[in-house]
Each structure stands twice: as C-alpha cells, then as structure tokens.
Design a protein around this ligand. Sequence first.
Ligand code: UD1
Length: 427
Amino acid sequence: MEKYLIRGGKRLTGEVTISGAKNAAVAILPATVLSGDICVIENVPNISDVYTILKILEHLGASVRFLNKTTVEIDARHLNTTFIPHELTCNMRASYYFWGAILGKYGHARVSMPGGCDFGVRPIDQHKRGFEAIGATVEIVDGMLDVSAEKLIGNNVFFDKVSVGATMNVMLASVMATGVTVLENAAKEPHIVDLANFLNSMGANIMGAGTDVIKIHGVKELHGTNYAIIPDQIEAGTYMVAAAATCGDVLIKNVIPKHMESISAKLEMMGVKIEEFDEALRVSAERPFSKVDIKTMPYPGFPTDMHPQMAVIACLAEGTSTVTEGVWDNRYRYVSELQKMGADIKVDGKMAVIEGIEEFKAAPVKATDLRAGAAMVIAALCCDGETEIEDIYHIERGYEDIEIKLCSLGADIKKIDVPEISGAVAM
Ligand code: UD1
C-alpha cells in the first residue's frame, strides 16, 4: 500500500506548472471514438483516470501511443466492440462518457455502470432523458447500461438539473444525429467548452457551449484532429490554496485566469494576494487569514471540487467560516479526517461550520476521495511534524506528479510503499 509521508511547516515557494484538465481529458479521449480516425491529443495529464480511459479505448480496439509524456495518439479506425465490462469502469465516474460516444458512433452501447468518488447518490436520470429525447432506448440490466437507437434524431433537451456529465454525454450522442439538438439548462464548466471545441475541430457543428443553451447541428461524419486540452482549473486551485495556506509565494503557470475567478475572489477575501498574468497567477500570503463563507455551485459559481481544499484554509482563518455544499448530497467525508488533525468543524445539514484554529497537528489520515485527499495534503503541508496519508490512489486519479511538484516548491513529501498486513489478528 502506498502512502505519502509529509513533514510540514515549510512555506511553498517557486514555480509550478499546471497539467491538462482531468475532467476535459476524460471526456475528450472517449470522444475520439466518434472520429473513426486518428486523433493526436496534447496536454494530456499523466494521472490514473487517464490511463483507465486509455485502457478502455484499447479494449474497444483502438491503438494508443504516447508521442511524448503528455501527447497521445489514438487510432480509432478499427474498433471492434461496443461492450465495456465492469472491471474497466468500476474505478471511475467518467467511464460513462463512453455511453454517449459509442451510441453516437454506432447507435448502440453496452457499458457497465461507473464507479468514482462517493458523494452520496449519483443519479443518471438526466443522461437517460437526454438519450431518450434523441431517439434512444435506455435500460439498466445486471449493472450494465444498454443504450440503442435505430436512428438518432435531434431534439430539444431540457435538463431539470445542471449536470456536467449529462451535458457532455448528450453532446457526444447527438453530434452525428440527424437534425438539430438543443440542450437547455446545460452546464457551463470550462471542460464543456473544451469538449465542444474538440468536437468542432473534428468537423462537428456545436454552438453556444459555455452558455446554458447549446445548439448541435448533426453532421454526417467526423474526422481525426490534433487538439490540446485546457489547463486543469482544480489542480491550479489546489496549488493556489496550498501556496496560501503555507504562507508561501508561488507562481502558478499554465492557467486560464478567467477560470480561476471564483477561487481567486474567495482567497482574496481571506487576505491572500493574487497577481494575474496572461497564463499564470502569483499567489502569496501571510496570516492572519480572514474568515470566509463559501457556497459551491455549478460554473461560474465556486466549484464543488475545491470544497475540501478551501475548508482546510478556512480552518486556519480567524473566527467562524462556512462552506455550504450546493452540488452534492454528501461531500463531508474529509471532515472526520481533518478532525484527526485538530480541525474544529461541525456539519450542519449541507453546511460545514468551521472554527479557526491556530494550527493542525500531524496524524495518520486517509484520502477518502480525490479532492478530500488533496485537502489532507494541504493540511499536512501546514503543520509541524510528520503526517501519513493512506489511500493515495484517490489522489493519483487526478493530480499528476503531485509529490514531485510539491517537492520542487520546497515541500518535504515522500511516497512510501508499506506492505499490507494480511489476515485477522485474534484478540
Ligand atoms: C462532474 C465532475 C465532478 C464534479 C461534478 C460537479 C467529472 C468526471 N466529474 O461530475 O468532479 O464534482 O461534475 O462539478 O467531470 N445529477 C442528477 N442527475 C443526473 C446527473 C447529475 O440529479 O443524471 C445531479 C448530481 O447528483 C449532482 C449534480 O447533478 O447533485 C451535478 O452532477 P454532475 O454535474 O452530473 O456531476 P458529474 O458529471 O458526475
């Protein structure tokens, strides 16, 4: 079992370069299926979720070749199945983008239900409704999603709930449908725009991505392309919080400052200094931090995927801060882990009420999910003593070379491999 050992108490200083966006990559890579051709994708993050998606592409019959560390060539000319088994989908949510991509290309798909972070119930009704609206039948049998259509025909789809996944999935399924599909109450996240730009670079005709109405004129076929994925908003936000919480001074490169506005605004309210450049942000801070109130919302609101990380810096602020979760039912599994490090947090319904503390105390903790894991890393960086973080596979799903990047900023973080203890101990 791999763990991180972090000896905290060091200010982060220097420069860090942000990788390609996980949530864009995990949709764009499946979308190459639609091309039936060769696609070269640049700025692909080296994270385990990407490797899982690439394994699924290989299972479908694509050839996958890394041209360098962050550029991958996918040859989707000879796919030979529309079926994806459980063992390939169970560790990640985004495997569900193969529903839309395979349906859009072949008119039918049989894909095992997805895994991913546990935030409470994660329904798929909006995906289903969208597929049905454009003429598909959707059934869930034995843990498999079966989706098929004699012909996909454009239609109006009104989402009852703003959903990133459903917006992208229906976009994928309708890009080669006959006629026009209009997605209303669509999600507006940067990765939605990135997926639409990618599809347009393959010959699709999608307008309005980034607004809540997306219009997709179906095209007969798509072709291969070269495309570079946008920088990761959440990785950048995580380094912003890490820099600020350690009272550091870090230049964060390869970011789109516009995507960071909601995060920058909250950090600035706490007293953090943020200097904006064309493709970089410099973050520097000194304590005391002012208290903050945050509510997570769909883009351009404050991202839910920055909730646990912001809760960490809120612990170090003066007075009472709050973080209200506006997207997921249960995103509070990080709380009991932070409490082990001395945090004073109470969860009241969907709100975490956070009393400021002087400092965290080192303790053995777990990464309970991807962003909760990032929060543990930040808390560990802030406290004297050695913190051990277990279950770091969650963190590696979404952060490329996190220990290397943090070491280059002066952190003391090591990955160690500890043998698992097997068998029960008689008491
Ligand atoms: C994506 C992100 C995840 C992020 C989330 C919100 C990926 C791979 N994951 O997840 O990191 O936290 O966006 O920004 O990109 N909902 C329904 N019915 C549906 C679908 C969703 O009710 O059919 C609800 C969900 O329960 C949730 C809300 O809509 O309350 C948002 O979910 P959604 O945007 O779909 O999240 P994901 O795409 O799964």
